[in-house]
Design a binder for this molecule. Structure first.
Ligand code: HEM
Length: 719
């Protein structure tokens, strides 16, 4: 298999790219000073032309809005359009100034070298100098915060007392991913030639196709899916909810919000679509018959084209429930006694007329629910967990309203939201995270939660922004925990549905008069987690989002390509970042892949030409898990670091004892009694449940009467 796979990789090598890389040779004769001079002159010329542009309209009016996709000017427009349309910002001149400047500078650059941007983008010396000279355009976004604010903002900004919008996924600026290894961010060269995804091996050859890596490293033998220790599928489901709370990258869209096609188009048109970075499917693939998987690049930040956008607030703040903006919030809140809008059967309501997001409906009586996050229907388990939190908010709001008749809608809503977020943070840090990173990392990164009392951990020097690398690989670890089936446990029967038939459908949530969310939720706690290894089930590795014509995607290929799209360096760079041994060879002895089993190291060797080429996702996921955790040393380091930053960089973190923003000591101790079984028992109407639903029932995790799980004492909120 090794030989054919490597030769297929070579066959797939795009000759164009090799030609591009070798064209750098013509500039080798230039000294660094000469290159610097040429590039800085291009940037200065762009400055002059930029100053001469009086208005945005003038600039745009020079761009022909031709329907023909062969005109590069049209793509310039599309790109701006995509950026601003996606972010719901009016296309004001200040918004796109940077974009225009980078356009102009790129054009000047190409002219100075008499080459295309694509040719220049693969020449490291030119790129390095260009990055230095252009970076001043990447302005930090700063606005004044008011440390006296009592509740965290919906948009996530102002969570720090310093002057900053870090962590802001919403309106006042926009959230970007930071990279912990400087210089690894993608730089969007221009709206025409665009950027530099990671695509070349250290030896100068193209990296292997992401699907090739997926086939060799991540293929699950359909005969023998393994289960993970005694953990339940709820571990996976909680993870996806947390992911959607803190990460939401933005895919580029074409004009009119259309999807961008990167396959089945001519090479010429592909050249004109800088948004495209399609995945080549090797010949002889066991599932896909064509040779191309659609892949559209992610969106650069509007005032920082050096970075990518996170549409979610970084903070763990239940934004999947409350939304990320005041506009969202308007359609989510009932504006009556602090409640969120909810149907009589306890589900999210239909969307407002302006909401165009869709899901796949199988009955005229169903609709796509409106929650704080549009991905609510990706899996029935995710819908179930989001509904659980919706019901919890309204339960708390109802009681707070009764306890404090003088409180208005806003008072009740804000305090209920604060309590819900407190519970979400508590269960995540105290009960869920240890199963992911293992107890050693919990101690090492100061992530342990005490049973009672404050932990004043806030540090205003800490940047809580979600790290680029965290989003594209380590926190996608749970893709290996997925099962091919969705469990559905009613009072009378134990059913399962094929996962691939359930993507993006609200069908199960509406089943049995709304009881479906409970049956799915309970089912998740009784079904085993897929083994935490490098293998990923076919439901998502071959059959992700299958359409009517049988076309589907491979989630693993998307993960690998996304890391490259975001410019994230390979596995070895992150090993170094985490203080773990660097792999100089593919063996598992000293100096090699010391945290891999020989079998996994061999698989990596089959696809990659050099250990430095190994992509972060396959390299990290195929490490042997930490004791007591489901991820290996590298992923546990990056995940623990991120959760430490989210804890220490969040002024509103629930254990902080700040006077205005914190809980009282008694309230905090009560929040610390919150638990997943309590939430499930209450909102899925259960009588009995095991003590820890993140683990399967067993002798030391027995099914008990729900009455033993304590309720938060809301009397403590009576004023
Ligand atoms: C059946 C369940 C799931 C499906 C169908 C699914 C599907 C996807 C898809 C299609 C993407 C975007 C891929 C790309 O183009 O880059 C994605 C991203 C991601 N997934 Fe999953 N996923 C599932 C479960 C999970 C779980 C359990 C986790 C838990 C930690 C998780 C974490 C992530 C993260 C962190 C991202 C990046 C998000 C972003 O870029 O906005 N996923 N997933």
């Amino acid at each position: 298999m090794g030989l054919w796979s490597i030769s297929t990789v070579l066959l797939l090598v795009s000759l164009d790219k090799i030609k591009l890389a070798s064209s750098c040779k013509q500039w080798e004769k230039y000294t660094d000073e000469q290159l610097h001079k040429i590039i800085s002159t291009a940037v200065q010329n762009a400055e002059v032309s930029h100053r001469s542009i009086q208005t945005l309209n003038e600039y745009l009016s020079n761009i022909e809005l031709d329907e023909s996709p062969t005109k590069s000017s049209q793509w310039t427009y599309h790109r701006h359009y995509a950026v601003f349309k996606r972010l719901n910002h009016a296309a004001s001149s200040s918004d796109i100034e940077t974009g225009i400047f980078i356009d102009l500078a790129s054009t000047e650059l190409a002219r100075s070298f008499d080459a295309s941007i694509k040719q220049l983008a693969v020449c490291p010396r030119i790129v390095e100098i260009w990055l230095k000279l252009i970076r001043f355009r990447c302005k930090p976004r700063k606005v004044i915060c008011f440390p006296g604010e009592r509740y965290r903002r919906l948009t996530g900004g102002m969570q720090q007392s310093k002057i900053s919008t870090l962590g802001d996924g919403g309106q006042s600026g926009e959230e970007v991913f930071t990279s912990r290894i400087p210089g690894c961010d993608v730089l969007f060269f221009s709206s025409k030639g665009v950027s530099i995804p990671r695509q070349l091996s250290v030896n100068g050859h193209p990296l292997p196709s992401a699907r090739m890596v997926s086939n060799i490293v991540h293929r699950q033998d359909p005969c023998c899916p393994l289960r993970e220790r005694d953990l339940s599928l709820y571990v996976m489901q909680w993870g996806q909810m947390v992911d959607h709370d803190i990460v939401d990258t933005a895919g580029l869209k074409g004009a009119g919000d259309s999807s961008i096609m990167c396959c089945n188009i001519s090479r010429k048109i592909l050249e004109k679509r800088p948004e495209c970075f399609p995945i080549y499917i090797p010949k002889g693939d066991l599932h896909f018959e064509n040779d191309c998987m659609n892949f559209v690049r992610n969106l650069p930040a509007k005032d920082d084209w050096c970075r990518l956008v996170n549409q979610a607030t970084s903070f763990l703040d239940a934004s999947f429930l409350y939304g990320q903006s005041h506009e969202d919030s308007k359609s989510i809140r009932a504006f009556k006694r602090g409640m969120l809008r909810m149907t009589p059967s306890g589900l999210f309501p239909p969307p407002g007329s302006s909401d165009t997001r869709s899901c796949r409906l199988e009955s005229q009586e169903h609709y796509c629910m409106k929650s704080g996050d549009f991905r609510i229907h990706v899996m029935p388990g995710l819908t179930s967990i989001q509904v659980m939190f919706l019901r919890e908010h309204n339960r708390i709001a109802f009681i707070l309203g009764k306890l404090n008749p003088l409180w208005n809608d806003e008072d009740i809503y804000s305090e209920a939201r604060k309590i819900v977020i407190g519970q979400l943070q508590h269960i995540t840090y105290a009960h869920w995270l240890p199963y992911i990173v293992g107890p050693d990392r919990i101690l090492q990164y100061g992530l342990k939660v005490s049973q009672q009392g404050y932990a004043n951990v806030y540090d205003d020097e800490i940047d809580p922004t979600i790290a680029n690398e965290f989003a594209v690989a380590p926190f996608r670890f749970a893709h290996t925990l997925l099962q091919d089936t969705v469990p559905y446990l009613t009072e009378k029967a134990a059913l399962t549905f094929r996962s691939e038939d359930m993507f993006n459908k609200p069908t199960l949530a509406f089943s049995n008069g709304g009881k479906g969310v409970s049956y799915v939720g309970f089912g998740l706690s009784q079904a085993p987690l897929s083994k935490a290894d490098e293998k990923v089930v076919t439901a998502v590795r071959d059959n992700l989002f299958k359409d009517m014509d049988g076309r589907s995607l491979d989630l693993v290929s998307l993960n690998i390509q996304r890391s490259r799209d975001h410019g994230v360096p390979g596995y070895n760079s992150w090993r170094k970042f985490c203080g773990l041994p660097y792999a100089f060879h593919f063996g598992t002895g000293p100096g090699g892949l010391v945290h891999h089993r020989p079998k996994n190291a061999r698989k990596l060797q089959l696809v990659y030409g050099h250990p430095d080429d190994i992509d972060l996702f396959p390299g990290g996921l195929s490490e042997t898990p930490m004791p007591g955790g489901v991820v290996g040393p590298l992923f546990s380091c990056i995940i623990a670091q991120q959760f430490s930053d989210l804890k220490r960089g969040d002024r509103f973190y629930y254990e902080n004892g700040f006077k205005v923003t914190g809980f009282t000591p008694a309230q905090l101790d009560s929040i610390k009694t919150a638990s997943l079984p309590r939430l499930m028992c209450t909102h899925f109407h259960l009588n009995r449940l095991q003590v820890d639903p993140f683990r399967l029932p067993s002798d030391d995790n027995q099914l008990v009467d729900c009455s033993i799980f304590p309720e938060i004492n809301l009397e403590l909120w009576r004023v």
